[in-house]
Design a protein around this ligand. Sequence first.
Ligand code: ADP
Length: 442
Amino acid sequence: MPEPIIQLKDLEITYNLGKSNEYKATLGVSLEIFPGEFVAFFGPSGCGKSTIMYSILGVLPPSGGQLLVKGENPYSFSPEEMVSFQTKTIGIIYQAFFLINSLSVIDNVALPQIFEGIQPAKRRKWALELLKRFDMDKQGEKFADNLSGGQSQRVAVSRSMVNNPDILLADEPTGNLDSTSTKQVMDSLEEINIKDKKTVIIITHNAAQLAYCHRVFYFKDGKLLRTVPNPEKKQIAKIDKQKILVTELDKLSKIFPYSTPVELKVKSLVNYITQDLNFDQLLRLESFTKLMVERKIEKTDFKKMLMARFHEGGIGVSEDVANTMAEKVSIILHESEDVRRFRRRFMDNNFFARENKIIDRMTEYLEEMFQAKPIPIQKKRLKELVYDRIAGLNDVEIFENTLRASLEEGGLNLTRKQARVVTLHFEKILIQGIDSESQGKH
Ligand code: ADP
């Protein structure tokens, strides 16, 4: 594996150091980014994402810990070396574009090359080539203030590449754009990552954009809470495979590598509802449950099949047991539809306001399982937990531990048993809601 291109070790950045309003914006952040990676700094507003990005750019010196870019500490550079570092090693694009309105599009892109002493004709030619790549060459002679937001950002992308830097920093690059322009800009960044083999770091709080990334660094309150590899991307960094295990489905697929995804889902549900059934009854139960998972029968049919005697093709459980089983399966399957909807839009990068409704509904399903009516802070934390789990940003252990942790510790203060029940239920919903095409193929 190559050496990291960026290394942060116990990084601390403090604003107004030594003054009465001193503020530690990041606390002991350690991470490594490898050449050719596309990563996101993700997390709620104010969690320190920009602070870290600007520290990497060389404009915010750390107050503690270590920051290395290409093995060197930029804060040890002379002023001349720093200028060269910022022009040749790092390109940056901002949410607000920062184009110069009184210059043409071509001159905006060519501008950084003036400082490099490159001849005007050569500068313009190179700027035009870059603009062409991002489909902006036809607007080359326009003034920058005549462009739409999406066009402005594509000019800014071209400008960021003009000195052929190794690293591209993007601070909420699509924050001001509509969905079509967002996709164009994200696709451009992906192309820069894949074709030009540049390392791309993007700050975002739009979860849909995480699908572009190899890894996501998830920050909260100035700390790196976790690093989440994207299972859909071939990883560059060395990843502990265990950490990619997102659901029980993945685990089952390791134990039963020969099973199809549907069979795995069936096994998961059958594990859940099995009581004192013998092997033959279990096999039959699996086949009935499969029909439910595939939505080929309704709850009432399922219940009848469970209650029918064995020699009549059923399982022969009592009405009570059949009721419980049918109820559990149909609740999970019904609730999992929301997971499926959410994940589809998440994967299709089509993740906008309406998703909140899905998260709200999922949160309500789980709240119903609480012993007492949840208080507002529990509701808020449960919603965050549900979002993170569905988006693949936390694992089952964090989910359950947070449910159990006290309110002071940032948890929901559920009993151990309650936390277990809610977690188990949610995991079952998650498994059923994951599209079979992308899972269980190991
Ligand atoms: P994010 O990019 O995740 O939204 P920031 O890195 O901008 O977060 O900010 C992290 C924290 O540092 C916030 O609490 C913010 O108020 C604080 N902060 C940012 N810039 C300054 C500054 N120049 N002076 C003091 N505090 C700041």
